[in-house]
Design a protein around this ligand. Structure first.
Ligand SMILES: Nc1ncnc2c1ncn2[C@@H]1O[C@H](COP(=O)(O)OP(=O)(O)O)[C@@H](O)[C@H]1O
Ligand SMILES: [Mg+2]
Length: 298
């Protein structure tokens, strides 16, 4: 089985990293029978709380055990407590107690992840960037897709995800100020590619594989104009070799949909919570294109 490993990144918060990771993963599992692992790397634990009920999550990750925190804490403390089989959560429990999408797995985060950044620099490069790889490499092959839901920064945990991924996906809310942020992000990924790519592992080739427009609103032409600007910038960055030639703006754009926002507090991906809403429809169409786009990519 060839596994696609993707990191959902953007140093902006609230742009849809978690919404895209959770909802594309759930759509792949529910409508395409794919086996998908979501790895939550954000101390805010949003994808964990979207896919688990709060009491279930709190019990599972008590004291940071059985979470992605444990992976980094082990590396810092020189311990080996993390156990993948015990940590992974299989399926999504609905309020009736029924387990849906059993082939959707989650490696939850815990708030203790906040402490990692303070101590992680006690480790040296390249070890510091290979912590996730060491902990997960034997397990990724069991999945069709592995998604890293990254925090809104490009610090060490995010870099660990970038180096273990085939590609990065950048969720993006189109507006004028986000444009310069996108350029900085693309240049940073290109710099990582130049600095750290080596022959030791076939995944250490940081690149942007696709951009997903999220929270799209059709009112007025502000968004349309911002997307034109983004397309021009993508073309320029491709010309200068900062982005690879096959990077694309994935279609369709995910429209703003109140049912998606509601589904977070119901702890269900939108494909389970409100399969008929426009958000579920957009994620379903996007996932179809996503499958085609990543099918032939390494
Ligand atoms: N298509 C959408 N329509 C409406 N609200 C959305 C949509 N996608 C995400 N949201 C809401 O926007 C907020 C930010 O999205 P999120 O995915 O958490 O961003 P990030 O992970 O980049 O910080 C979330 O609270 C979520 O409920
Ligand atoms: Mg998030």
């Amino acid at each position: 089985m060839s596994t696609k490993v993707l990191a959902f990144i953007n140093f902006k918060g609230g742009v849809g990293k978690t919404a895209c990771a959770v909802n594309i993963a759930a759509t792949l599992a529910k409508l395409h029978e794919k086996k998908v692992l979501v790895v939550d790397l954000d101390p805010q634990s949003n994808s964990s709380l979207w896919l688990m009920r709060p009491d279930q999550w709190r019990e599972h990750v008590a004291k940071g055990r059985r979470s992605t925190f444990e992976i980094f804490d082990d590396a810092i403390q020189g311990k080996e407590r993390f156990n993948f089989a015990e940590s992974v959560v299989k399926g999504v429990v609905t309020w009736t107690g029924f387990v849906e999408v059993p082939q959707l797995h989650l490696l939850p985060a815990s708030v203790e992840l906040l402490k990692v950044e303070d101590r992680i620099h006690e480790l040296r490069a390249p070890t510091v960037y290979r912590i996730l790889e060491r902990a997960l490499k034997d397990h990724l092959g069991a999945y069709d897709y592995v998604f890293f839901d990254c925090p809104p920064n490009l610090y060490s945990t995010t870099k660990n995800a970038i180096f273990l991924s085939d590609s990065c996906i950048v969720p993006y809310i189109p507006d004028y100020l986000s444009l310069s942020g996108f350029q900085v992000l693309a240049e940073y990924i290109a710099e990582l590619r130049g600095k750290y790519t080596d022959s030791a592992g076939d995944r250490r080739h940081p690149n942007v594989g696709g951009v997903i427009v999220s929270h799209y609103r059709q009112t007025g032409n502000v968004f349309r104009l911002a997307i034109n600007e983004l397309e021009i910038m993508l073309a320029e960055l491709r010309t200068h070799g900062i982005l690879e030639t096959n990077v694309s703006l994935l279609q369709p754009f995910i429209r703003h949909c109140v049912r998606v926002a509601e589904s977070t507090s119901e702890h269900l991906p939108v494909v389970l919570y409100a399969p008929g809403c426009i958000g579920a429809q957009d994620y379903s169409d996007l996932t179809q294109n996503f499958l085609t786009h990543f099918h032939h990519k390494r």
